[in-house]
Design a protein around this ligand. Structure first.
Ligand code: AP5
Ligand code: MG
Length: 215
């Protein structure tokens, strides 16, 4: 399975990808997570990326494409993968198609997780993530037992720098202008699947696995 997860910021791409990893062992390739790791490590790439991420804008295509190409070349991707947050615009989608054509490994499906915009602000401002294990919480919908502490590993929870209201607004605008058109791109290729991302995380996961034809 080689899957692209599409969806607005806060739609639940990362949440559903983590459940797919747990159940099917596919690696998740999240360009957002890769970029945040580079920011945390203070690499030159991370420093460049941070200035775009803090404004809610896309990081330049050349930076992201290099990162993805390197990651797809690693051994664990031979059995398939879940791309989360990539591609983000038509140029990236076309570049991905070219990369995969040269490897003779086309995408199996592009899955769009559809959530009304009015639900996204609360999901994003309420998100908290564990520094140690990456487990995600939400102070409104999925609160940890003890504030600021991970239920799974007792790690410290943090709030993403770009989960501020003004930055979220910009991210949603960028999504509408640049990423949403990819729904049509993959529909034209005949590999688009759509699920509603409203409801409980487990209900959505059931729809995700059904749409992808997984058991
Ligand atoms: P990225 O990290 O990809 O962020 P995003 O697309 O804005 O998406 P999010 O991670 O915010 O949302 P998600 O859909 O994963 O939702 P989640 O599962 O966390 O990108 C960040 C930045 O990096 C970009 O702005 C850009 O600058 C840069 N970047 C990344 N990729 C790039 C690329 N390819 N090209 C250029 N630049 C790039 O869920 C959100 C919250 O909701 C959580 O708290 C969760 O617990 C909760 N939740 C989930 N499901 C439910 C539910 N069913 N009900 C209630 N709450 C729920
Ligand atoms: Mg995410």
């Amino acid at each position: 399975m080689r899957i692209v997860l599409l969806g607005a910021p806060g739609a639940g791409k990362g949440t559903q990808a983590k459940k797919l990893i747990e159940k099917y062992g596919l690696p998740q390739i999240s360009t957002g997570d890769l970029l945040r790791a580079a920011v945390a490590a203070g690499t030159p790439l991370g420093k460049e990326a941070k200035s775009y991420m803090d404004k809610g804008e896309l990081v330049p295509d050349s930076v992201v494409l290099g990162m993805v190409e390197e990651r797809l070349g690693q051994d664990d991707c031979k059995k398939g993968y879940i791309l989360d947050g990539f591609p983000r615009n038509t140029l990236q989608a076309e570049a991905l198609d070219k990369m995969l054509a040269s490897l003779n490994m086309p995408l199996t499906a592009a899955l769009s997780v559809d959530v009304p915009f009015e639900d996204l602000m609360k999901r994003l401002t309420g998100r908290r993530t564990c520094k140690a294990c990456g487990q995600m919480y939400n102070i409104y919908f999925k609160a940890p037992a003890k504030e600021g502490v991970c239920d799974k590993c007792s790690g410290e929870l943090f709030q993403r720098d770009d989960d501020k209201e003004a930055t979220i607004k910009k991210r949603l605008e960028v999504y509408t202008a640049q990423t949403e058109p990819l729904i049509g791109y993959y529909r034209n290729k005949g590999i688009l699947k759509t699920v509603s991302g409203t409801g409980s995380i487990d209900e959505i996961f059931k729809k995700v696995t059904e749409a992808l034809g997984l058991k």
